[in-house]
Design a protein around this ligand. Structure first.
Ligand code: HEC
Length: 362
């Protein structure tokens, strides 16, 4: 094979690889802007999957079903017997009979009541490993914090105003939010962060401008920036024209409101209604504002597990949910290797075949 041909094949292959990386990273970018720590799960770690399955049965299946999963499939995939899996995922059905390993994994809770109790019925979690992804689930289970304004006394930094109680509170312990104060420029760019509100307010006083914004066909543009609100308001007042409407139709326009009012007084009409409204679309906006945000969560009352143990618990749960969302992934890497070997052998044949065909052409 000539070198240039080799090069172009390598180029094509690497373009393909790049494209699939791009697609994969776009597909994973669904965290909604919250920072997510990596879950570091391994679906091939069978003891982790079994620990996850056990914790799921103990802590989650009361509310959440896995309606496409059966305990005996989990047993087969993780290499344990049906009896062993029965000991791990032990649940009872409505008649209080032990559930058979071949049965689908239902939740214990009646859906209708659940919606009433939690505001939202606990969703089936069969596909959450794919819809949310492992990192999201892991961080979600780590990010419950105390918030007395919520019905169950907890909120979640990854899922704001979540309807689910913190069912692992016992294990993790109580986390309190630690706030910081961000100085935002034009609503989004963070210019500085402060520990105390006073510091942030001081910085705000120093940085803040009152901007006069004009709205036209092309959107908003800033036409002036002032240190005080009064200066900005004066500018707006001086540059606002007024139009006189008669039954919603414009009949005259003036530099000042007084002139417009004078016109109305001087031209009385019967049965129709005048209205004087500002014409130019100026408004005043503050350039900076302070936003109170949660900086991090602090463990204020330890649970039964140490932070490291708890992280392992939720990593196992995440691992299990990611596996359940696509059990075939355990075998996929095996198929991948076979496919590559096949393609390689096929390539050799294709190459010689091509040589044979083109022999007479050259
Ligand atoms: C007491 C009932 C209850 C238990 C037990 C429970 N959950 Fe939930 N869970 C809910 C409810 C209700 C929601 C829906 C929250 C919402 O939409 O506001 C939810 C939502 C979720 C979601 C988000 C689903 C999504 O994509 O929106 C995940 C993930 C989840 N639960 C995982 C778990 C795990 C893991 C456990 C076990 C450790 C568990 N839950 C135990 C009630 C429960």
């Amino acid at each position: 094979m000539r070198e240039s041909k080799m090069k172009s094949i390598v180029k094509m292959l690497s373009a393909g690889v790049m494209t699939s990386f791009l697609v994969a990273s776009v597909a994973n970018a669904n965290s909604g802007g919250v920072h997510l720590d990596p879950a570091n799960i391994d679906v091939h770690n069978k003891t982790s999957l079994l620990r996850g399955a056990k914790n799921f049965a103990n802590y989650c299946q009361g509310c959440h079903s896995l309606k496409f999963s059966r305990a005996n499939r989990i047993a087969a995939d993780t290499g344990v017997s049906d009896d062993q899996i029965k000991a791990i995922i032990f649940t009872r059905d409505d008649e209080n009979e032990p559930v058979k390993p071949g049965a689908l994994m239902k939740s214990a809770i009646p859906q209708k009541d659940a919606a009433k109790w939690f505001g939202t019925a606990p969703p089936d979690l069969s596909l959450v490993g794919r819809s949310r992804g492992g990192d999201w689930i892991y961080n979600y289970l780590k990010s419950f914090y105390s918030d007395n304004s919520r019905p169950f006394g907890v909120n979640n930094t990854v899922f704001n105003n979540v309807g689910m109680p913190h069912v692992l509170l016992d294990l993790q312990g109580v986390q309190d939010p630690v706030y910081r104060y961000d100085l935002l420029h034009h609503g989004h760019a963070v210019e500085a962060s402060f520990k105390s509100e006073e510091e942030a307010k001081k910085a705000l006083e120093e940085e803040r401008k009152f901007e006069v914004v004009k709205l036209d066909l092309f959107g908003e543009s800033i036409v002036g920036a002032y240190d005080t609100e009064k200066e900005a308001a004066d500018f707006v007042e001086a540059n606002t024209t007024y139009k006189v409407l008669l039954d919603k139709k414009e009949v005259a326009s003036f530099e000042t409101k007084e002139e417009a009012d004078k016109y109305v007084d001087a031209n009385p009409v019967n049965g129709a209604k005048y209205k004087v409204v500002p014409k130019s679309a100026y408004s005043v906006k503050e350039s900076h504002k302070v936003e109170k945000v949660i900086d991090h969560l602090e463990l204020v009352k330890p649970g039964k597990q140490s932070p490291a143990e708890y992280e392992q618990t939720i990593r196992d749960l995440t691992n299990f949910l990611v596996y359940v969302s696509e059990p075939a992934q355990l075998n996929r890497s095996k198929y991948g290797v076979f496919t590559l070997i096949f393609l390689f052998i096929f390539f050799i044949f294709a190459y010689f075949l091509k040589k044979e065909y083109w022999k007479d052409v050259h």
